[in-house]
Design a binder for this molecule. Sequence first.
Ligand code: HDE
Length: 714
Amino acid sequence: MASKKAPQPKESQVAGTDTPDRANTNAKLQSLEAFRSDATGQALRTNQGVKVADNQNSLKAGARGPSLLEDFIMREKITHFDHERIPERIVHARGAGAHGYFQSYGCHAELTKAGFLQDPEKITPVFVRFSTVQGPRGSGDTVRDVRGFAVKFYTDEGNFDLVGNNMPVFFIQDAIKFPDFVHAVKPEPHNEMPTGGSAHDTFWDFVSLVPETAHMVIWAMSDRAIPRSLRMMEGFGVHSFRLVNAEGVASFVKFHWKPRQGVHSLLWDEAQKLAGKDADYHRRDLWEAIETGNCPEWELGVQVVAEADEHKFEFDLLDPTKLIPEELVPVTPLGKMVLDRNPDNFFAEVEQVAFCPGHIVPGIDFSNDPLLQGRLFSYTDTQISRLGGPNFHEIPINRPIAPNHSSQRDAMHRMTLDKGRAAYEPNSIDGGWPKETPPAAQQGGFESYEERIDANKIRQRSASFADHFSQARLFFQSMSASEQQHIIKAYSFELGKVEREAIRVREVNEILANIDLQLAAAVAGNLGLPAPKAGTVKVKVGKPAQSKALSQMNHPGNIGIKGRKVAVLVANGVDGASVDKVVKALEAQSARPMLLGPTSAPVKTADGRRLPVDAAMEGMPSVMFDGVWVPAGKASLEALQGSGVARHFLLEAYKHLKPMGLAVDGKLLLNTLGLKEDAGLLLGDQQKVFEQFFKAVEGHRVWVREAAAESVPA
Ligand code: HDE
């Protein structure tokens, strides 16, 4: 199981290091992108370039007469409008995207010949699209669901798409089951409910009948399925891929994205409320982070397994329902990705981007994972109907920065004007161009990894794919006590929505009991079912019995509270100096303080200053923040105490285990709310208290409060 050692990052190359040339690169890239249209200072024209004199009135026979068919200006405008929508993605319809760049930490030539992984000076542009899976384009961001994490690397050897998720495994083992799985999880066909959720009969019917889903379903019932932010998710390539070096030596790899922002989640109650209070919560968070210069960063790493070690594990490397515990093969860091530019146009970029796991470059190759093999076909196929033909690679966001001459011609929406007469190869008419390139490393022609296959043509699942429970058990047993409770509650909530008792019973007895009997008993108890006494199959005891990397608690991040949002509650009579002090302290940490008042109108400080606020408390409820601060000021504190909205704000923040701080005279307010100080509910505004508060915000939740918060109504 030896993993090849790739070069470690040098201090100057690690994520977070500023890249001074980035602004230049960005400007250069954009100047090459002639397709970005800026109408500033330009006349309004028709699509044919005719200047428009009147865009307010259609052409009529008399001011009160019928409209005329000859009004080509109105007809062009309305015809275009009539066709403005394209089919949404079958899955992953709801998404948000951003541009950025990837930079390798060093030369990884030992592992791969891929050009973008050779040189730490090279900047490779990327476009990333994050998504939910189940809901339609307009569904809420914070629903319980898997998140897509798709990255397009525009390398100078062609586009490489790493189309992954925020969970390292998948529901099924063979692509032929994908339509069944998706039909089961999607809104039910008779009434199109529920939107953006898996808490319904068809989903649980399918997964309780198909035990290979057990591992992924427990991930989906964990906090990973309700991320705090798209910036705070890990990403995984899921399947085993291959990296191939210039000598043709291949290794199996699993791709990982590790966020510098840490891995953090919402609480379930918070996620549900956010879906209504701000359905765009995740896309707004990503957008604002980039606009305010808090550009999110991830480290790309790989778990490397030599070809010779393929069969040394208790599970099959080709089985996408299995992960490689990091205790067995650590993640080798390769480089960093920074997202630093928002799209100019959502439709043109986020909606039209077309990913495909089959888009690889020399130095990267596939494995025989039967799920991956099916995906290689599906993505191009789906783009043909979604984007209206096989020329979707010509849409600006999908164009490689590498040249892409070929003998392909015509079809719907062809934009390239191919010169020459010979659209075939070999040819002598056009001098034989475009010609093949030999695969030798220096020349760069793509060469598939030569794998010996000697097999019967057969429809069969390999026996090595048969264990469905040991890694689900590993996952549950690697969780902290809080995370385990959240999983129990999630299964109980979802199964509680299932109408058919037989499905609930089957999930508890035939799936959960095989994962962990305590989990099964707790869920059974919440559903009023008898606790199963034993599982239905013999589950292998895997090694290791626990894996630290699986618990979010072990991914705190390393950028402090940069980019975290803190609400500062103010009302008339607030102590201006106390406000200034906390705002300054938060800004010094690059956090984002926002002043919230009883309304959107400015408040008056105790010394008569007019203090503008960012929003009204009601408009930006506590669920939108990572922490709350209440500055000093007798009249302001009394006003907050007398306001139902403010009291609810504070109680809800407490219930959601948010770090909270109040200047000393806030004690009375705490008493009326019946809340007690704890490791994250602090009194005082000395630097020492601020520092404790920052630490608590960095840790994201005050977990020690969980039991006390249970009884708080909010
Ligand atoms: Fe996808 N998947 N998928 N998927 N998938 C699509 O492609 C499919 C799978 C993933 O932001 C579709 O362009 C099959 C695994 C992401 O645009 C479609 C199978 C993983 C995205 C499709 C899988 C993913 C998609 C729908 C089983 C994680 C969104 C629209 C064989 C490793 C990409 C589209 C974006 C999108 C098919 C399984 C990730 C229909 C057949 C496993 C992140 O082609």
